[in-house]
Design a protein around this ligand. Sequence first.
Ligand code: HEM
Ligand SMILES: *[C@@H]1O[C@H](CO)[C@@H](O)[C@H](O)[C@H]1NC(C)=O
Ligand SMILES: *[C@@H]1O[C@H](CO)[C@@H](O)[C@H](O)[C@H]1NC(C)=O
Length: 331
Amino acid sequence: MARLTSFLLLLSLICFVPLCLCDKSYGGKLFPAYYAHSCPQVNEIVRSVVAKAVARETRMAASLLRLHFHDCFVQGCDGSLLLDSSGRVATEKNSNPNSKSARGFDVVDQIKAELEKQCPGTVSCADVLTLAARDSSVLTGGPSWVVPLGRRDSRSASLSQSNNNIPAPNNTFQTILSKFNRQGLDITDLVALSGSHTIGFSRCTSFRQRLYNQSGNGSPDMTLEQSFAANLRQRCPKSGGDQILSVLDIISAASFDNSYFKNLIENKGLLNSDQVLFSSNEKSRELVKKYAEDQGEFFEQFAESMIKMGNISPLTGSSGEIRKNCRKINS
Ligand code: HEM
Ligand SMILES: *[C@@H]1O[C@H](CO)[C@@H](O)[C@H](O)[C@H]1NC(C)=O
Ligand SMILES: *[C@@H]1O[C@H](CO)[C@@H](O)[C@H](O)[C@H]1NC(C)=O
């Protein structure tokens, strides 16, 4: 009897303790081997389509990375962002943060089409976005990480949450932090994930306010480095030219590195929401300095925070569905 008891105790230690640990670090029911039997080639399929798209246009890495963020902050990482308008769905693509800005939906369609060919009805659109975000980091020189999988797709979208939950570039530091906190992300996640702005572009309309009329009294943002500001005014006129693009990282917009943080220390962050990470909060400023000095620290934290963001309220079990077409719910 004693032997049986100790055997059972040992068994439960071996089986359940690791399970509990996995459960915690993978946000509940998500785990990397989710498609090991149903679609073992999922990682490779996504990677190869993303690689081709990024080879055609480097910026696509930035655009895909951003889609995952804009998906996860609205009802969790559930592919809601990918739905087009139809029936009761009002597409999130028309929200303020996404309109004339979010892009890469055609590449997501290509990934999904390839998956449907090789593993029909198996891999969710939400997981496609998560994997594509990781691949986008790797393909531009950023960190890699193992992606927990098993998200299912929503049967609805939320235009209002897309407008309200996703931070705006002229939000204050406190507003941005509370929008992250509401998703279970902390100040370290905020600073590390903002490091995504080491790649990609912003439209003039997203930072014009800082250049000409920061606080409504006709003066620019005085924290903006003078010569940098003068250059930006050349590219981004006081009126018109809303869609003209500028790089988010003036040092190296095509490569995922820690130069974003070096820019902030020199007051050369493009968006107001970038610069406030250095100018508005002591803890945040220390994190910016740390990542500017040590790219390894940034990469490690970025990977950890991306996994955390990817774990926001996934649909699992029998919730949601596996969409056949990422743009519409299954009939
Ligand atoms: C912290 C609050 C954040 C704010 C206020 C913010 C805001 C913005 C804005 C305004 C743009 C330019 C959009 C345009 O003008 O078309 C942008 C671009 C971008 N954002 Fe953020 N963002 C934030 C956090 C993040 C996070 C957490 C990620 C990813 C994890 C991210 C990834 C990107 C990328 C990669 C781009 C470039 C996209 C492209 O070139 O297509 N951002 N962001
Ligand atoms: C932020 O930008 C939006 C859109 O351009 C504008 O309507 C709003 O007044 C700005 N908010 C502040 C506090 O400047
Ligand atoms: C600056 O913005 C304020 C309020 O948003 C507006 O009333 C004012 O006319 C603007 N000033 C200039 C010089 O554009």
